[in-house]
Ligand binder design. Structure first.
Ligand SMILES: [Zn+2]
Length: 450
């Protein structure tokens, strides 16, 4: 089956048409249109290679299905949604609130939730996934201590388990959501339960996007001892890396750095221990991706990675110049720049100096680092991230559209070497954009319209 896309503009190229056969790009060109089984007039849309979101948590997106999506909502809107949901649902689960964008920039409290929904469980996970606010009923069932309803990191994990929240994760919803944002490939971080679902979807031919599935330390020994290694799988599902955490987030105040109030947070992982895990994993063919946001965390991860290849740092936000090493691979989140403006969250938490050193994509590329972009699902939307990276007012961050798109497509190379570009012989993963909206996403020659 052949498909001809015509009346289009290809990003960075002069092509007037793209001919696709059996899931691959057969030919690109100008002038007379070749014959094809199906001809699609793209109405002058701009065609990009499929976006690869190189840092996702699809289970969080899947969790959003059937729960309250609090992304971009104001405090009173959030409370109104909880109150309404409390009347009709057995429990109230929400995700995506971010107090740093509110006029009244303090966090939600357990008291507020108790006042509007005392009898049912309420848990509202903050956008960064490192913190939640719960009501007294939820605190009772989870058996966790909170600071006026706020729980972080480990206590949050306990609560998610106790409430069995991930049993309702809908990965079909999550992958359709990804497609609607032009995403054809993700580097996902998955729990064992989610791995099980990926394998099942793969077996049934239900995976629509390509998934490079990384795992957490609870699955490490299991995978390692079974002989599984990074890159095992096919172009739709591959075993990814071992994900470690060297610190938390700036929003939750758990990133390892110095704060404007004079306090300093130390990294979560001991350096010698980190080096040991990296060596063991790499010796078994397993890459390590380590979450490191603050400069103190980044420093220790770089030390542990020195002399290795294939490992990566996730986030890499508070960056001193000495961290700009040409051998480093980093997955950064341009959508985090929404917090990096004057008067924003980073300014308040870390002081004005942080505005001049955070997320220096420009410097990172200039120093030869391998830079991938991912959304961390805050929100999952490559066009939004590309806009922030290309329109930043800070020269140390600002990229050209070409560079930003490249960072948001390169990750697909982890799935197959003939992905990430629109070129004859490459797999047909592409995205059509019209008036800043995704109108069509194609994966392996299969069309999804929006
Ligand atoms: Zn993440």
């Amino acid at each position: 089956m052949s498909i001809l896309l015509y009346n289009l503009n290809v990003f960075g190229e002069e092509w007037e048409y793209i001919l696709i056969r059996n899931g691959k790009i057969e030919k690109t060109g100008t002038g007379n249109l070749p014959d094809a089984g199906k001809k699609l007039n793209m109405n002058n849309a701009l065609i990009y290679p499929g976006f690869c979101d190189a840092h996702t948590h699809l289970e969080n997106v899947g969790l959003m299905h059937g729960t309250l999506d609090l992304t971009g909502k104001q405090r009173d809107e959030v409370l109104g949604m909880v109150e309404r949901a409390c009347e009709t649902s057995a429990r109230v689960v929400g995700r995506g609130w971010d107090e740093s964008m509110w006029k009244d920039a303090h966090m939600l409290t357990g008291e507020e939730l108790d006042a509007i929904c005392p009898q049912k469980v309420v848990i509202l996970i903050r956008e960064d996934g490192h913190l939640a606010v719960i009501n007294s009923r939820a605190a009772e069932i989870c058996n966790v201590k909170s600071e006026n309803g706020i729980i972080r990191e480990d206590a949050l994990s306990v609560c998610i388990k106790k409430l069995n929240l991930f049993s309702t994760v809908d990965l079909h919803y999550a992958q359709n959501y990804a497609l609607s944002k032009g995403i054809t490939c993700v580097h996902d971080f998955a729990t064992l339960n989610t791995f099980k679902q990926y394998f099942k979807m793969h077996r049934r031919g239900e995976l629509k996007i390509r998934v490079y599935a990384s795992f957490y330390d609870d699955a490490y020994k299991l995978f390692r001892d079974a002989g599984l290694y990074s890159g095992f799988g096919d172009s739709f599902l591959k075993i990814g890396a071992l994900k470690l955490f060297a610190d938390g987030s700036i929003g939750a105040g758990t990133a390892a750095t110095r704060y404007a109030n004079g306090s300093t947070i130390a990294p979560m992982l001991d350096r010698a221990h980190l080096k040991e895990i990296v060596n063991d994993a790499n010796a078994h063919g397993i890459r390590v991706f380590t979450h490191a946001i603050g400069d103190l965390a980044i420093e220790s991860v770089i030390e542990a990675y020195e002399g290795t290849t294939g490992n990566r740092i996730e986030h890499f936000e508070i960056v001193r110049d000495e961290f700009l090493k040409d051998w480093l691979s980093v997955c950064a989140q341009p959508n985090f720049l929404k917090w990096a403006k004057e008067g924003g969250l980073y300014h308040k938490k870390l002081g004005a100096e942080s505005l001049l050193i955070n997320n220096p994509y420009r410097k990172m590329l200039d120093s030869g680092m391998n830079v991938l972009f991912g959304s961390d699902c805050m929100p999952m939307d490559p066009l939004y991230g590309i806009r922030l990276a290309t329109q930043s007012e800070y020269p140390h961050q600002r990229l050209s559209v070409d560079e930003a798109v490249r960072a948001y497509t390169l990750g697909s190379r982890y799935m197959a070497s003939n992905l990430g570009e629109i070129k004859a012989g490459y797999l047909a993963d592409l995205v059509a954009v019209k008036d800043d909206k995704i109108t069509m996403t194609m994966v392996n020659g299969k069309i999804y319209n929006f």
